[in-house]
Design a protein around this ligand. Structure first.
Ligand code: NAD
Length: 456
């Protein structure tokens, strides 16, 4: 049975009774968007105030890190129109780059109207590594460690009874011998189901408990006892299939031509590391913002995704685009995704607590699938644009406002300057200054006249 056929048999799940398809959401102002969000999630007045003004206090920042001097702001945007496995999602993104949220929302709309998005994931298995050096007989040491496997797993699980009660915990371990410049090392991998936690702290604790004991068994020394961020036992796969390619028509290219150009652009990324780095950066554009919004460790996910991209010895694209056996256009992304909805700062950061409510996921596996979806859709939006009208037109229209503000424009003036630059196709600092100069003079004159009128 095809993915689409399967999906038509699954009941639709909306966001608390409503569709995430929100036409014209971008035209609202911030207060109106917050009211819309309130329709979905019943936010308190304080929560809405916090999203608008302050999601983290300096006092809390002082608890979170050392030598804190304050709190740094970034925009919180909502990517709308997402429907994954027939469930609607509004995806919060904390990101400074213009065009990311708009591109994700537009591509999500295109896919929900012309096809379907599905995803699946493995169990949330993290790997912890224990490095044993200077064993006089590594082969014999390996054998002795494996003989003690059940005892070692039991000891690991004693470190986290809460996790074990929740159905997680250490499940297995394996041992391999690694040839290095410092001689043969014994490397133990401990496999731990961390349930709804990202799990780095959990598995580090287990590794540090087992490390000295394993060293004794192998008659060696233990050095590193730490999580591997190459979480290739914690994988997520997202896929979309379009009913037909007509919807891809753009910038004078037919749907067929656009599909062909997208696939060729992907083949370039898969064959060339210079292109693959930028292609995968497009994937991470969608992912990192969601990770920050949900209090997840984006460095950990970045490290895992890039390690996976280089898994066969050459750095390549993590997403794929192709036509299936029926000629349907398919986009796919498969990556490691170590994320949590408990632990870390998820229970500490007030903004994260609100945005996790908006994310509306029940497990870390569901969050992993939504995060990867944002990555695939963002990458698709970028490659579709790149293969048709080129990246600068849309991007620079949005970026024009930043350039205008950088040149000294504000309020309505910034919008005027940005529109003028976008219209001319010249989004540049020097041009912004030129356009701004007469507008600023006029603005000051009007202000003076207004003040004079008020005095009278
Ligand atoms: P944690 O230790 O704060 O929370 C996990 C604990 O929560 C578990 O041990 C369990 O006892 C409890 N728990 C309660 N309900 C649970 C549920 N439903 N599922 C699972 N556990 C549940 O956090 P963590 O996830 O172990 O660690 C994440 C943090 O570790 C991140 O902030 C990350 O930045 C940091 N970190 C990362 C690295 C790395 O990636 N290399 C290294 C060290 C620390």
């Amino acid at each position: 049975m095809s993915t689409l056929d399967k999906l038509t048999q699954i009941d639709e799940v909306s966001v608390n009774g409503k569709s995430s398809r929100l036409p014209g959401f971008y035209k609202l102002d911030i207060s109106e968007r917050l009211e819309k969000l309130d329709d979905f999630f019943k936010l308190s007045t304080k929560e809405k105030w916090m999203l608008k003004k302050e999601t983290l206090t300096a006092e809390l920042a002082d608890v979170m890190i050392e030598n804190a001097v304050g709190v740094f702001g970034l925009p919180i945007g909502l990517a709308v129109n997402f429907k994954l496995n027939n469930k609607d999602y509004i995806i919060p993104m904390v990101v400074e780059e213009s065009s990311v949220v708009a591109a994700a929302s537009n591509a999500a709309r295109l896919i929900r109207e012309n096809g379907a998005l599905t995803s699946e994931s493995t169990d949330p298995i993290m790997i912890s590594q224990i490095q044993i050096v200077d064993s006089p007989d590594p082969e014999a040491g390996k054998k002795r460690i494996l003989e003690k496997k059940e005892d070692l797993l039991r000891l690991a699980n004693k470190q986290d009874p809460v996790l074990v009660d929740l159905g997680g915990g250490a499940q297995d371990l394996d041992v391999r011998l690694l040839e290095t410049e410092s001689g043969t090392m014994i490397i133990v991998h401990l496999y731990v189901d961390t349930r709804d936690a990202m799990g780095a702290n959990v598995v580090n604790t287990m590794a540090e408990t087992l490390g000295p004991i394993i060293a004794e068994i192998a008659d060696g020394d233990v050095i590193c006892q730490i999580v591997s961020n190459y979480a290739d036992k914690r994988m997520v796969k997202v896929k979309f299939v379009l009913d037909n390619v007509d919807c891809l028509a753009r910038a004078g290219y037919s749907g067929e031509e656009a599909a062909d150009r997208i696939i060729k652009a992907y083949h370039f990324a898969d064959a060339d590391p210079h292109r693959a780095a930028t292609h995968n950066k497009g994937v991470m554009n969608g992912i990192d913002g969601v990770l920050i919004a949900t209090g997840n460790d984006w460095r950990a996910v970045e490290a895992g995704v890039h390690a996976y991209a280089a898994r066969d010895g050459r750095y390549r694209s993590v997403s794929k685009y192709y036509r299936d056996e029926k000629g349907k256009f398919v986009g796919e992304l498969e990556i490691p995704m170590a994320v949590g909805i408990v632990g870390g700062v998820t229970n500490l950061h007030p903004g994260v607590k609100i945005l996790l409510k908006v994310m509306n996921v029940e497990t870390s596996m569901e969050l992993a699938q939504v995060v990867a979806t944002a990555g695939l859709i963002q990458n698709f939006a970028a490659i579709w644009t790149l293969a048709t009208e080129g990246i600068q037109k849309g991007h620079m229209t949005l970026h024009a406002r930043n350039v205008a503000i950088f040149a000294g424009a504000f309020g309505e003036l910034a919008i005027k300057v940005a529109n003028q630059m976008a219209h001319e196709g010249r989004v540049r600092y020097d041009r912004a200054k030129q356009i701004l100069k007469p507008l600023l003079i006029k603005h000051r004159e009007e202000e003076e006249q207004r003040k004079k009128r008020e005095k009278k």
